[in-house]
Design a protein around this ligand. Sequence first.
Ligand SMILES: *Cc1c(COP(=O)(O)O)cnc(C)c1O
Length: 448
Amino acid sequence: MTPTGFQDAVLAGLAPDGGLIVPAEWPDFSDRLKDWMPLPYDELAIEIMRPFVDLPDDALERLVRESYATFRHPEVAPVAPAGDRFILELFHGPTLAFKDIALQFLGRVFEYILEQRDADINVLAATSGDTGSAAIYGLRRKPRVRIFVLHPHGRVSPLQERQMTAVIDDRVFNVALEGTFDDCQRIMKSIFGDTAFKERYRLGAVNSVNWARVLAQMVYYFFAAFRVMERTGGDAVQFSVPTGNFGDILAGYYAARMGLPVRKLILATNENDILARFFQTGVYERGEVHATLSPSMDIQIASNFERYLFDCAGRDAGRLNGWMDAFARESRLDLSDMNRSDLLVAGRGDTSATLDTIRRVGEEAGMVLDPHTAVGVHVGDALRDPEVPLICLATAHPAKFPDAIQQATGRTVTHPILEALNDAETRQEILPAEEADVRSYLEAHIGN
Ligand SMILES: *Cc1c(COP(=O)(O)O)cnc(C)c1O
């Protein structure tokens, strides 16, 4: 393993050997928590990020302040009580999903690094929905960045499609492939695998394994724990996290590692429950991908999970490689003998649990949950430790998923940002789901 600085890690996305990048050392923040409690969101973010970055202080401060000034709520990520739990609202960013918290920051970090190096980058991303718009809004209007987003034509929700294709900027390219999300992802990975092409066209990635995204996500665990401790006078909390790629909950696991008093981290999946099964049995085994009401969690292989397994392997990269190779060969990895931390517990919520929870929390607390959040609340309610407050992460605004809300409650939810898209002009390029077509498209729009 070769050491990498923060800036190189952010630009590269992956380590040169194809593995994921993790900090060499973890700071212990336990004795800072009291001082940090009164800080507003952006000031707290600066304190938490500082030990991890090789950016000058004034640059870090400016990037963080600008990133969170784009949020529509003054607290950025406010915490609201709902019945006997708390809801952490992570959806006040430009695209109404929690991915904005990381991608608003990542876009600005990219811009800063490219300025310093007098370089430019062409970001290639594949999306099944939320990531595409959050990446576009994080990277648009950055003179040194072009962004190409592949989505499966006609297979993202009409709203999600409009959120992406209504951005008509010179350096934003929406490419709809006539295939599935898996085709988009396969083509993207194959293009990144061609190192010569990747270098020639200066391709970069913003997917959920990018270290800057995990770093930015650690902040709201601290921020929410502080808000709830202030209200309840307690000295510990627990979180429930609706999970797909394991990026969000990984940040919570790291926050706990650094001294945040987290009693339990409750991992919630929908029917795509490979991770829930792992935490229940110790066996990591691939299943079929099911389409659900919470599409951003319709994932079988969670790309960030390897970072957690690295810790389980005692930070022994050789041992981890052995596990990952075995899993790639057999689609199954049995770690039931290993000591798993009792911090993480997991469960699943299916379609009927999702709809019931939306209905129930609506009636009990007058709050409309989006279907991803509802999965988290369902599992959180079932697995919580009764002694400490439960904070459920709300990962999207309900108006992004109006069909599920309609099905659960018979009501329509809207948001002015989404309504404004109804008659917006849109632009996208429709291509066959063939790698050669995507390559030619990139060549034609990047130049040398
Ligand atoms: C991406 C996403 C998730 C899953 O987050 P991971 O980091 O992939 O676990 C959950 N809910 C919503 C709304 C999302 O967009």
